[in-house]
Design a protein around this ligand. Structure first.
Ligand code: TLP
Length: 379
């Protein structure tokens, strides 16, 4: 890791060495980094040469004045792809989701989502802190949130005893269920029934392009019927930073104000939007490769006696498997795997997550599987 005061590209230790020694240490560090297979998340991807060139050459202006031509182009392109009137560039998926929650709800309402949803587990209690809402998680066996699962959790007419349902959030793919894809008719039913009850529905489509790849349908179709959509440029699509929030003109106008409230007005953000445009153009076509690599890892893991997973449930670029049979917690397993140069994340006390992305090749997945085999083969 680079020390706080070390020159760019050097660690603190390297900075204290002579020039020849520092170059040697830096080369060793690069070699070590290259040996590491990072399957912690698809957020770890680094921008391609093409992205870096586009970033260097981006035309920019002050986006808080609406004058950054590259941001404007990205917002227009995203809106077009989803066949919606407008889009807003936001720094993170979390900010996009939280702006949507803030605009769709009033303080004192409930939000329904699947129990493993990102907005519930990983957004720092912001629905409460920023919007004054309570999340009511809905349990499902397989991670597919359906109308029949949601219906009993709705609160429509109990003004003195329980907060009313103000919003439903669908996450597609559902990350912590192992990248599970929502079938389009299931999403359509939720949107239709919720609309009949006057309840808005937001799509956390951080990985909606992965869902579109699995289903071989355009993202526009998978997002149809939702009142708003968030998707990430900085996951499988490969951009270094950024997500998009999509909706109608009025919603996006209000979202721009909420983004400013949160300190998300980003000035010459065209530098980042340029990478986002390349991600949108080039990213989706290669996601199938990540899915094939995830299926490859899952098939390999399914043969290991101490791994627990059903490879048939791996639908996109995420593999979650149980390690309870090793007799050790997932955190310990992840540590042991890291010692073999493979990085993964603990998804729960006994489960581990692997995420494939554009910076891991099939050959590296093969090597990762060998490391997994060494830890999971014996009974
Ligand atoms: N997910 C990250 C972690 O925060 C868990 C990951 O490594 O998968 N929605 C979904 C479904 C997400 O998976 C994430 C990030 C977000 C929203 C938030 O995006 P960012 O990290 O841009 O705020």
């Amino acid at each position: 890791m680079r020390g706080r005061f070390a020159p760019k590209g050097m660690t603190g230790v390297e900075a204290q060495l002579g020039p020849g020694e520092a170059a040697g240490a830096a080369a060793m560090r690069r070699e070590r980094e290259e040996r590491v297979i990072d399957l912690r998340s698809d957020t770890v991807t680094r921008p391609s040469e093409e992205m870096r060139r586009a970033m260097a050459n981006a035309e920019v202006g002050d986006d808080v004045y609406g004058e950054d031509p590259t941001v404007n182009r990205l917002e227009q392109r995203a809106a077009e792809l989803f066949a919606r009137p407008a889009a807003l560039f936001v720094p993170t998926g979390t900010m996009g989701n939280q702006i949507a929650i803030h605009l769709h709800t009033r303080p004192g309402q409930e939000i329904l989502c699947e129990s493993r949803a990102h907005i519930y587990n990983y957004e720092m209690a912001m629905p409460g802190a920023f919007s004054g809402c309570l999340i009511r998680p809905v349990l499902t066996a397989d991670g597919v949130l359906t109308w029949p699962a949601l219906a009993p959790a709705l609160s429509l007419e109990a003004p003195y005893h329980r907060a009313r349902t103000g919003l439903i959030v669908v996450e597609n793919t559902l990350n912590m269920a192992g990248g599970i894809v929502t079938p389009p008719p299931v999403a359509a039913e939720i949107c239709r029934r919720a609309r009949d009850l006057g309840i808005p529905v937001h799509l956390d489509g951080a990985r909606i392009f992965n869902a579109a790849t699995t289903l071989r349908r355009p993202v526009e179709e998978l997002a149809r019927g939702f009142d708003s959509v968030m998707f990430c440029l900085s996951k499988g699509l490969g951009a270094p930073v950024g997500s998009m929030l999509i909706g109608d003109e009025e919603f996006i106008h209000r979202a721009r104000i909420a983004r400013k409230m949160l300190g998300g007005g980003m000035r010459q953000a065209g530098i980042l939007a340029a990478a986002g445009l390349v991600a949108l153009e080039k990213g989706p076509a290669r996601l199938a490769e990540d899915h094939a690599n995830a299926a490859f890892l899952a098939a390999g893991l399914a043969n290991l006696p101490r791994a627990e997973l059903d490879p048939g449930r791996v639908q996109s670029n995420i593999v979650i498997f149980g390690v309870a049979k090793t007799g050790e917690p997932a955190a310990k397993f992840v540590e042991k795997l890291a010692a073999r140069n493979v990085l993964a994340g603990a998804a729960g006390p006994d489960s581990v997550r692997l995420v494939t992305h554009l910076d891991v090749s099939r050959q590296q997945c093969q090597a990762a599987l060998e490391a997994l085999q060494a830890l999971l083969a014996r009974d």
